[in-house]
Each structure stands twice: as structure tokens, then as C-alpha cells.
Design a protein around this ligand. Structure first.
Ligand code: GDP
Length: 356
């Protein structure tokens, strides 16, 4: 499955956040047979539709979609020079499908900042510089070969043009993602800065509700999404029961835990969407890529469902809630039989028909 790599300078709160992610019990509570890997934190994607479905179907449990976060230690200045930790860092980040930068914005005289001062803008630049330098090296290595190939193959000429444009952008200190370049012709280079980015600002409690500060940070990282949380408080929140957690959140002027926001934003950043299944046993959100067809969606449940796919009975979530039950939706003509070319829409409630 797709994963998001967590990176950041030392002492910004990565481990604290990551511990909260791994202690978060989405997996343990809902997927008792899942293997839990030590360097992967799994977070649920909040989805109020599951509550409603569970109510309609009398489901015993609700299973949200999840996002995997991978702890990638070792960003240091000079990582792109490929020394020691740097090499491992770059290899790990290359395997991630998106990059989550944790940026320190909390003040604490007891926690040393590597550069001696709290400056989110400078920290972002430090990290991005390493990623940009690594990409420039990748490009310098690949270009001569691509240019040679382009003399014989027309398709490669388009790749060369795209790579040269990326090189120019990177030399100006901008990431491929921020520049919004078309990733397709660059695909084979696996550039680090072409991956989608998101930013977690680890902030003091006051900053959680400081709109001026948050707007400034959002502007700094756009078009990437910015999330504001306090890693220490997040790790305390998961120890509390729901009522206590809600009380603490409300006292801080927050609507949901930062981890929940992180799950939702991470999911969107990866370009994923969900469809829903529901029954007395469980209401569940299944993860698919945007544009997935009905058989591909069935394959997420079981490969046999994809192989033996016949058709899918689809009711949109809104229609199901409006009519109140599958039977009512059917008699109102809101249940559609879709074939193998159907492209899934977010919020489709589905029952697959298949041969075994
Ligand atoms: P890492 O090096 O990025 O993994 O950072 P750690 O998670 O180990 O955090 C470094 C230090 O900062 C630890 O002593 C944490 O307890 C502390 N820390 C982490 N998050 C916060 C926070 O939100 N506020 C404060 N005051 N301290 C924090």
C-alpha cells in the first residue's frame, strides 16, 4: 500500500509524533490479524459516513480507511552528499509515495534546536535544499543518456525537455511539486521533490488557535497542505477516553485530534479515495486510487472478487441516507447495476456480484 515518509530536522518532535501514531489503536482495534511493523504508524481517516452506515445497517463495527506513515530518520545537512546516514535516508524517502515534513514551531529552552533558533522557514529550506540537491544529482547522471536516446526516439525527446525544465526549476531552489510540473514524463527518474508534500507544524498550544501565524505558514508551504498540532499533546490525547479527549480538544479550541487531521490530509495528498461497504457485521471504507474501475475496487477486497467480477450494485451514500435503506433505495430507482467499465465515485456504497 502507499505510504508517507516522515522527515524533519533533529529535535522537532518526529519521534513524539511517530510514537503517537503507532500507539493509535486503529490497527490493533480493527485489524487484529494485521502485522504491525515497528517503523510504520497507521492512522485512521475520520469518516462520519461510517457512523451513519453503521446506524442504518446495525453494523457491529466500523472500519475506516487508513494511511501508513513511515519514520525516516536521518536528515542531516549534507544528506545529498550521500555520506553514511544520508544514503539510507535518501533510499528510504525514495520508497515513500509522499513526504511529510515535521517542522518545529514550539519554543522550549530545554530542547535544543540544531540551528540555535526556531525558524520554520529556514528549516523547510534546509530540508528542501537536501532533496533538491539529490534530485539535481539524479538529473545530471541521467541527462546524457536521455539526450543520446532522444536522437533515436521521439518519445524520449519529450522526456528530455521535461527533465531540463525540472533542472531549471530545481536550480532556482523550487521543488518539482511546488512548481506544479507534470510528473508523468519525469516518472522514470523517481525524483524526490516530485512527490506530493505535506507539512506538520509542531506548535505550542497558543499557536494552535493563532490564525495569523497559521495563514503565514500555509502561504509558506502552498500548494502543499499545512497541519498544525502539538506532538506532546497528541501523545497524551491517545491515552484518554473519547469524552476526556473531546474535553481537552474543546478547551484548546480544536475540533478533532491533530492525528485525525493528519490521516485525512495524508489520504488526500496520496491521491486516494474510498468506497463503502455496509452490512450487519461491519461498515467499512475501502481505499482505491482515484479513477479506479469497479473490478479494481472489488480486487481491494479480494483478488477473486476482481477475477470473477460480474457487476456491482451501487447506491450513492447521499441517496442511501435520503431513502433510509437499501430496499427503499432500490424501489426509488437509486440502486444502479454497474459493469466492468464503471469508474468508482467517492462515497459509492457497493455490493459486488461475482463468480467464484
Ligand atoms: P525528533 O528528534 O525530531 O524525533 O524529536 P523528539 O520527538 O525526540 O523530540 C525532541 C524533544 O522535544 C523531546 O524532549 C520531546 O519531548 C520534545 N517535544 C516534542 N514535541 C514537543 C512539543 O510539542 N512541545 C514541547 N515543549 N516539547 C516537545
Amino acid at each position: 500500500s502507499l505510504s508517507i515518509g516522515i522527515v524533519g530536522l533533529p529535535n522537532v518532535g518526529k519521534s513524539t509524533l511517530f510514537n503517537a501514531l503507532t500507539k493509535n489503536d486503529v490497527l490493533a482495534a480493527n485489524y487484529p490479524f494485521a502485522t504491525i511493523e515497528p517503523n510504520i504508524g497507521v492512522v485512521g481517516v475520520p469518516d462520519p459516513r461510517l457512523d451513519k452506515l453503521a446506524e442504518i445497517f446495525g453494523s457491529q463495527r466500523k472500519l475506516p480507511a487508513t494511511v501508513d506513515f513511515v519514520d525516516i530518520a536521518g536528515i542531516v545537512r549534507g544528506a545529498s552528499e550521500g555520506q553514511g546516514l544520508g544514503n539510507k535516508f535518501l533510499a528510504n524517502i525514495r520508497e515513500s509515495d509522499a513526504i511529510c515534513q515535521v517542522i518545529r514551531a514550539f519554543e522550549d529552552p530545554d530542547v535544543v534546536h540544531v540551528d540555535g533558533k526556531i525558524s520554520p522557514g529556514d528549516d523547510i529550506e534546509t530540508i528542501n535544499t537536501e532533496l533538491i540537491l539529490a534530485d539535481l544529482q539524479t538529473i545530471e547522471k541521467a541527462l546524457p543518456r536521455l539526450q543520446k536516446e532522444a536522437r533515436l526516439k521521439k518519445e524520449t525527446a519529450a522526456v528530455v525537455t521535461a527533465v531540463e525544465e525540472a533542472q531549471k526549476i530545481l536550480e532556482q531552489g523550487t521543488t518539482v511539486f511546488a512548481a506544479g510540473l507534470d510528473r508523468e514524463p519525469l516518472r522514470e527518474l523517481h525524483l524526490l521533490t516530485a512527490k506530493p508534500f505535506l507539512y506538520v507544524f509542531n506548535v505550542d498550544e497558543e499557536e494552535l488557535v493563532n490564525e495569523e501565524f497559521k495563514d503565514r505558514m500555509r502561504a509558506l508551504v502552498a500548494p502543499a497542505e499545512a497541519i498544525f498540532l502539538n506532538a506532546k499533546i497528541e501523545s497524551e490525547l491517545i491515552e484518554l477516553d473519547d469524552a476526556e479527549a473531546l474535553e481537552l480538544l474543546q478547551a484548546m479550541g480544536q475540533e478533532e485530534p491533530g492525528l485525525a487531521t493528519l490521516g485525512r490530509v495524508g489520504f488526500n495528498t496520496l491521491g486516494l479515495q474510498t468506497y463503502l461497504t455496509a452490512g450487519p457485521k461491519e461498515s467499512r471504507a475501502w481505499t482505491i486510487k482515484k479513477g479506479a474501475t469497479a473490478p479494481e475496487a472489488a480486487g481491494v477486497i479480494h483478488t477473486d472478487f476482481q477475477k470473477g467480477f460480474i457487476k456491482a450494485e451501487v447506491i450513492s451514500y447521499d441517496d442511501l441516507v435520503a431513502t433510509g435503506s437499501v430496499a427503499e433505495a432500490r424501489s426509488a430507482g437509486k440502486a444502479r447495476m454497474e459493469g466492468k467499465d464503471y469508474v468508482m465515485q467517492d462515497g459509492d456504497v457497493v455490493e459486488f456480484r461475482f463468480n467464484v
